[in-house]
Design a protein around this ligand. Structure first.
Ligand code: ADP
Ligand code: ZN
Ligand code: MG
Length: 478
């Protein structure tokens, strides 16, 4: 039997995440992104003879934090090992990593699959390692340059079981992982800055088979969208190959985003015998119970739990709660607006609408204070501002600050809810539209909205439309 439906896709991801530290994993050099090439280096990260590594405590704390956030078992003792290979961006000739005794094992992450609903992925292991440098192929024509600034930057590698079943699912998992790591302050997970990188392993098997097929590892995936694309391309390649009677060969492929294609990595780079052995320069990593307990105690409420709480506490839909908890900053902002007295549903609509649109246009900044937004929502609810006018005030407050009520007054946007003043506009409108008044009185009551529009026009938008409608009805039926 042929066709894509006859095949099941199996995916496991190995994600490298840069820990949010100031300095590198084993030396004092800055770990910041974007410094001029080869300026953040020292004898330790350059691997000069005699230089000794010293583990970065903050990196260890963050790695433990990540492991706990992923429900992992944190091992009191883990071992740094040398992963030996030759490459121009690795002056030491080895990378310090962890091998047979990783920092943590047996974790899990629950995420929402677009295909299967709530799915639990196993996190097989989480270990600490250092990054290598970077080969730059586009800096000089026909030459390769090397930037060693990334050498020794602290990473954790997070490895899932072969639990994902589609490229879409792989992307959803990765976005949830990113969310958890951002919430916990472990990493900023910025794929463009290389602080999150993923190697994707994929195989196919006939539906119903339980044994795993031969896997292919896809590397060089540089964005969340490419995760899905690269895996789709490789999955389709394997299915086509198998349907034509071929066999999948275990190998590493590189994804080419421009061509949306995968091609085998040159096998010279691929012959992996890393000859791991415990690093003689580093004693086993022994974690105190205090350190682990402290990280456990300071874990924030994680996104899934926050989402459920928002649904329960603020009577929001799952969908709205997901949007509001996508980032911790937005979730905190939303709650601050509600605590400042705004109606929960109205606050949700404002944050998902105006606030997120404004943030998107301004570097993710939440520019209007939560207190100001709560006040603005109150002004709409109390009839002082129309929704349309409130949006203008919001823009103004975001741009220039200020008290929403004062801003609304300065802009002349405060609604007139004084029946006496409104009566004047209503009389003017009715006097100038005798034919419509007659039609209304002979039963064409749908003209009411036309009159409301006229009153809004006469008041240049200041009339409270609900009150205008009431005064109109009174006068028209009088
Ligand atoms: P290796 O020894 O080649 O590194 P591992 O067993 O450590 O392989 O697995 C690496 C990653 O590949 C893990 O995320 C794992 O879930 C995934 N994986 C393993 N076997 C398969 C398979 N047959 N199909 C898809 N993914 C797989
Ligand atoms: Zn250094
Ligand atoms: Mg492995």
């Amino acid at each position: 039997m042929g066709g894509a439906n006859a095949w099941e896709t199996v995916i496991g991801l190995e994600t490298h995440v840069q820990l949010r530290t100031n300095s590198k994993m084993f030396c004092g050099c800055s770990a910041a992104f974007g410094a001029p090439p080869n300026t953040n280096v020292c004898p330790v990260c350059l691997g000069l003879p005699g230089a000794l590594p010293v583990p970065n405590e903050q990196a260890i704390r963050l790695a433990v934090r990540a492991a706990l956030a992923l429900n992992g078992t944190v091992h009191p003792k883990s071992v740094f090992a040398r992963k030996n290979y030759f490459y121009p961006d690795l002056p030491k000739g080895y990378q310090i990593s962890q091998f047979d005794q990783p920092l943590a094992t047996d974790g899990s992450l629950v995420f929402l699959s677009p295909d299967r609903g709530v799915v639990t992925v196993s996190i097989v292991r989480l270990h600490v390692e250092e990054d290598a440098g970077k080969s730059l192929h586009d800096r000089f024509p026909k030459q390769t340059a090397v930037d060693l600034n990334r050498c020794g930057v602290p990473l954790v590698e997070i490895v899932t079981g072969p639990d994902l079943r589609s490229p879409q699912e792989a992307r959803a998992y990765l976005l949830t992982l990113k969310q958890v790591l951002e919430y916990t302050g472990v990493s900023d997970c910025d794929m463009e800055k290389g602080s999150l990188r993923v190697d994707a392993n994929v195989s196919v098997r006939r539906v119903g088979e339980t044994a795993l097929g031969t896997k292919v590892e896809v590397k060089n995936i540089n964005s969340f969208a490419y995760v899905e694309k690269a895996l789709t391309v490789e999955r389709d390649r394997q299915i086509a190959l198998r349907e034509a009677g071929g066999t999948v060969v275990q190998q590493t492929m590189l994804y080419d985003a421009k061509e949306n294609a995968v091609r085998p990595q040159r096998s010279k780079e691929e012959s992996h015998d890393y000859r791991y052995f415990p690093d003689p320069d580093l004693p086993p990593l022994v974690l105190s119970t205090e350190l682990v307990a402290e990280q456990q105690a300071t874990l924030p409420e994680l996104p899934a739990r926050k989402r459920d709480r928002f649904v329960a506490q603020y009577a929001l839909s799952q969908q709205d709660a997901s949007v509001l908890t996508a980032s911790r900053a937005v979730a905190d902002y939303y709650e601050a607006v509600v605590h400042a007295g705004a109606d929960a549903k109205a606050a949700a609509n404002w944050v998902m609408g105006e606030v997120l649109a404004d943030a998107k246009a301004h570097d993710d900044q939440l520019r209007a204070s939560a207190g100001a937004l709560a006040q603005l929502i109150g002004l709409v609810r109390g009839g002082t501002l129309s929704h349309q006018a409130a949006k203008r005030v919001f823009g103004e407050v975001a741009d220039r600050g200020g008290d929403p009520r004062n801003v609304a007054e300065a802009l002349g946007l405060v609604q007139v809810a004084d029946a006496g003043v409104l009566a004047g506009w209503v009389s003017d409108v009715l006097a100038s539209q005798p034919q419509e008044v007659a039609r209304y009185r002979s039963g064409e009551t749908r003209l009411l909205q036309f009159f409301v529009g006229q009153v809004m026009k006469a008041s240049r938008g200041k009339a409270d439309p609900k009150l205008a409608q009431r005064v109109l009805e009174e006068k028209l039926t009088a």
